[in-house]
Structure formats: C-alpha cells, structure tokens
Design a protein around this ligand. Structure first.
Ligand code: MG
Length: 379
C-alpha cells in the first residue's frame, strides 16, 4: 500500500484523487484536510479512514470532532493542522489540491520531511518557485505535476531528460470568451464567466480560465518545473482541449500528450509515476475528433496573460503581487463587487503600487500577499 496525504479533499482535484483511491485499492490515505465543507469531509473520513484530518478553522474542527466522535481520528485546524497533515510520518507522497497561497507553507514543510509532492497547487511555484525548486533538489524529492498541461509536458519529456527543450507549447482552451473584443469583455457577467466549455473545475479556477490569468500562472509554473526561459514558453489557444500541451525539441520534433479532458489521468500518472495503469471511462477516439485548431492568444484583450509574463520577467515578489491581486479580485468579482475586466485593472494597479522585493523569503512572500490584500481592501 502506498500511503498518501491529501491537502484539500473536498474540492475538484481532491474528490477526483479520492475516486482514484477508491478504484485502485492499493493507495492508503493517512491524512487529509478540507476548508469548510465538513458534510462531504465527514463522508470521506468514514470511507477512507485517515489517522489525522484538519479543517480550515477551529469552529469547523470542533463541529467535525463531535460528528466523528465514534471514530479514532485526530482532528486539527488552521495552518498548524495543514502542516501536520502534510508532514505525517507515514505518507510518502502529498497531493497538494488546495487553492491559493495557503499551500506554500505545508508544501515546504512536506519537502523538508522528504516527501514527494503531487502538485496541484500552482500558487506554490508561482510565488515561491525560487525556494521550492532548489529545496526539492537538496532533499532529493520529486515534484510531480498534476495540472493537466504540466502533466502533458512532463509526459512529453520522458526519455528526453538529456535533450534540450527548444520550446514548450502550453495549450489553453481560450475559455468562454475566446474571440471577444475588449468592448465585449467589459460587459460579461459572472454567470457567463462561470461557464467553461471543456473542463469542470472549482469557481476560482473557472474565472481564472475565463480571464486567462490561469494560463499566466501556468506559464510561471512551467518555467519553474521545467527550468526553461520564459521566451521558450509559448501559449497556444486550442479550443478543443485534446492536445494537453507539447514539447518541441531542437530537431523540430514536437512531442505532445493527447486525451479526453479528464483530470483523473494527470492525477493517476502523478500517483503511480512512472507506471501507466488502466483508466475507467472513455478513451480518446480520434475518429470522433473533427477539428483540432490552434491560434495565438490575443494579449490586447486578455491582458492578464500579458501581465503574467511581465510579472515573471520582473521576478522577485512580482509574481506574488500578480497572484495575490488576482485572488482578491476574483473573490470581489464572485461577490459581484467589481466587473470582469476590473480583475485586470486591480492586478495592474497592484503591480504598480506594491513595494518590490528581490529574492523574497517565505515571510516576505506572505507579507507581500497581506500588503496586496490591504491595498485592495477598499474595493
Ligand atoms: Mg491547467
């Protein structure tokens, strides 16, 4: 039995990870965490029997403790709880399926304990890639990407470890507003933005896909994971989401991974790497794929993607400013406090106004986040 810890079991990636555990029968979940959905969390605890669990806050933890008093499970809460879940001695691999910068400290703690990371929390690399990547080398652990694009790139790199990456082709669906003009984008509603054409995901990442800020975060994530220059990462809009990303080599060969849009494949590949196991459900039928089209992203309309390249080029805490401003802006948009294109405006303003720090420490990264939140509190 391979023992795993999962941060964030009630979200989209967390529930799909558990569906793989349920199916495969040779994985043992020893610890898990949730934010606030303790109804679902209780069901999961009863099904998967972890030793240790943690909730987002004390109230939820107390309520959960009462509900599962018949079980022998330790219940913790908050950041200490998250770190305990991530560093539980039994676990060999930690699935980081939580959203946001909350994931940084537990991920660093898990790496320090020598655990492999199945990384679904992209904010960790976006904001602290300069700390995480050297640390993972020093501790000799693997970071296995769970994001569909990065998993596709990782799969395309197998057997090519000694070959130079000429270019990474990072695919994007383009989201529900592909082809829109600036004027059209200014008028879209929350309901429009929540309709993603191909992928079923949580709300935050669905909005990030609509703004293409998600792709910007993925560019940064790819830069760290695969150690390539920003100029060698090209975003390719591919609305059908069949090619999940590709690598171009020096001889011009493009190696990519194709498949149906199903997150269980990247999750399973990360959990069993380098093995490929059977998957339930449909496989890709190329005869049913009528079109595979590719276009350049419109950086004048989807300016969030342009800001992401600028933030990464600037470096230091700028990617953190970009990410924190986006987190806050998306929360405001979800509460109907600002318009869709205001998300870009708030990111731009924050990148101009917040103090720049070179080579930030973990504390400085979290300080930057709080400064951005403070700055945007008046909206
Ligand atoms: Mg992705």
């Amino acid at each position: 039995m391979r023992k795993i810890a999962i941060l964030g079991t009630t979200g989209s990636i967390g529930t799909q990870t558990l569906s793989i555990v349920r199916e495969k029968k040779d994985l043992d979940v020893v610890s898990m965490s949730c934010g606030s959905n303790i109804d679902l969390f209780e069901e999961q605890i009863r099904e998967f029997n972890p030793k240790l669990v943690s909730c987002g806050n004390d109230d939820k933890a107390l309520e959960l403790k009462k509900r599962i008093s018949d079980l022998d499970v330790e219940v913790l809460s908050g950041m200490d709880g998250l770190i305990a879940v991530a560093t539980i001695p039994e676990a060999e691999i930690v699935v980081t399926a939580i959203v946001g910068m909350l994931g940084i400290r537990p991920t660093v703690a898990a790496i320090n304990e020598g655990k492999d990371i199945a990384l679904a929390n992209k904010e960790t690399l976006v904001t602290a890639g300069h700390i995480i990547m050297p640390l993972s080398k020093e501790k000799n652990i693997s970071i296995l990407p769970v994001d569909s694009e990065h998993s596709a790139i990782f799969q395309s790199l197998q057997g090519n470890e000694d070959n130079n990456i000429h270019k990474i082709l990072l695919t994007a669906s383009g989201g529900p507003f592909r082809g829109f003009s600036k004027e059209q984008l200014e008028k879209v509603t929350l309901e429009d933005a929540l309709k993603h054409p191909n992928w079923e995901m949580g709300k935050k990442i669905t909005i990030d896909s609509a703004t293409m800020v998600n792709k910007g975060l993925e560019v940064m994530e790819a830069k760290w994971l695969f150690g390539v220059d920003l100029d060698r990462i090209e975003v390719v809009v591919h609305p059908q989401s069949i090619l999940h990303s590709a690598v171009e080599y020096d001889d011009g060969a493009v190696v990519g991974q194709l498949g149906l849009p199903d997150m269980r494949l990247p999750i399973q590949y990360a959990l069993y790497y380098p093995k490929r196991l059977p998957m339930s459900g449909d496989y890709l039928d190329l005869f049913k794929v009528k079109d595979m089209t590719f276009e350049k992203p419109d950086l004048d309309v989807f300016v969030g993607l342009k800001y992401a390249y600028e933030a990464q080029r600037e470096g230091g805490n700028m990617p953190t400013i970009f990410n924190a401003a986006n987190e806050k802006a998306v929360a405001l948009f979800l509460n109907k406090k600002i318009s869709f294109t205001d998300i870009y405006r708030l990111i731009d303003n924050s990148m101009k106004e917040i103090e720049h720090i070179n080579n930030p420490t973990l504390d400085e990264i979290l300080y930057t986040e709080s400064e951005v939140y403070k700055y945007l509190d008046n909206y």
